[in-house]
Design a binder for this molecule. Structure first.
Ligand SMILES: N[C@H](CCC[C@H](N)C(=O)O)C(=O)O
Length: 270
């Protein structure tokens, strides 16, 4: 069947967006998602995003990483979906309900409340009982936060100097993380500024990670390194993260549509 798609990105973290409300889609298998995401033989993206009707929100957003695995949250895609929706929206995700509000300063997403308990990240056991691999010791004691999806954050003197392409997969797949994890290396440069690079679970190095920016900002706030509103600058650009008085994370930043097209599902094994 012919399927329409919209190619979008948030600070260079890119997505193929399909809308099941417009026309039926084939079964969303791991094979189908990873084939679409392949940058040489497919359309190419960090995440496949599938929109659908919701019984509890304005719409539902499903998120598939480039490796085909379905996950709970995607901050940058939330803004892209809000751009497509064109007005304020409550969006149902596997990581919980989020609220999108387009505005002059960019699209704001209420990502909900962060979670810190070791079994909410989840960790296989409390981190202090886990012998960190030698590589981790080079990165100092990490912070773990769940912002709908799991993140571990290492605050380092120079995040650009970290061999994240080597350490990222090692940490992502460490047995401490039964659902794997997104790996963040961050450098605090001021009370309201953080630099960040992310190795994304199921993808690898991305130009930006919205949930990574949220998790890193919250981790820095909990450590008293920054104030309750910071600009997190990723390779793809900046995001504004606030942890508001209600304890909710508000992320604000851009989203863009790149192009639209169609493909034949049979070309992707569906
Ligand atoms: N790789 C993430 C999903 C996408 C997150 C990122 N693209 C964002 O903008 O939040 C995970 O496996 O939890």
């Amino acid at each position: 069947m012919r399927i329409a798609f919209t190619k979008m990105h948030g600070l260079g973290n890119d997505f193929v967006v399909l809308d099941a409300r417009a026309a039926p889609l084939p079964e969303l298998t791991c094979t189908f998602a990873s084939a679409l995401a392949d940058r040489r033989t497919g359309i190419g993206c960090d995440q496949l995003i599938v929109l659908d009707h919701s019984s509890v929100a304005d719409l539902r957003m499903r998120i598939f990483n480039a490796d085909g695995g379905e996950v709970e949250a995607c901050g940058n895609a939330s803004r892209a979906v809000a751009l497509l929706h064109g007005q304020p929206a409550r969006i149902e995700t596997a990581g919980g309900l989020i609220e999108a509000t387009p505005g002059a300063a960019g699209i704001s997403i209420d990502m909900g409340e962060p979670r810190f308990e070791w079994n909410a990240i989840p960790l296989a056991y409390a981190m202090d009982t886990h012998h960190m691999p030698v590589a981790w010791e080079m990165l100092d004691q990490p912070t773990a936060v769940n912002v709908g999806n799991p993140h571990v954050i290492f605050f380092v003197d120079d995040c650009d100097a970290v061999e994240l392409d080597r350490l990222g997969p090692e940490i992502e797949h460490d047995p401490l993380f039964p659902q794997r994890i997104n790996v963040n290396v961050a450098t605090v440069t001021a009370r309201d500024a953080v630099r960040l690079r992310v190795w994304e679970r199921g993808v690898g190095l991305t130009r930006a990670c919205g949930t990574g920016a949220c998790a890193t900002a919250i981790g820095a706030m909990r450590r008293g390194l920054v104030d309750r509103a910071v600009t997190v600058t990723l390779p793809g650009g900046p995001l504004r993260i606030e942890w508001n008085q209600a304890g909710r994370i508000i992320m604000t930043g851009p989203a863009a549509e790149s192009f639209r097209g169609t493909f034949d599902s049979r070309d992707f094994g569906a």
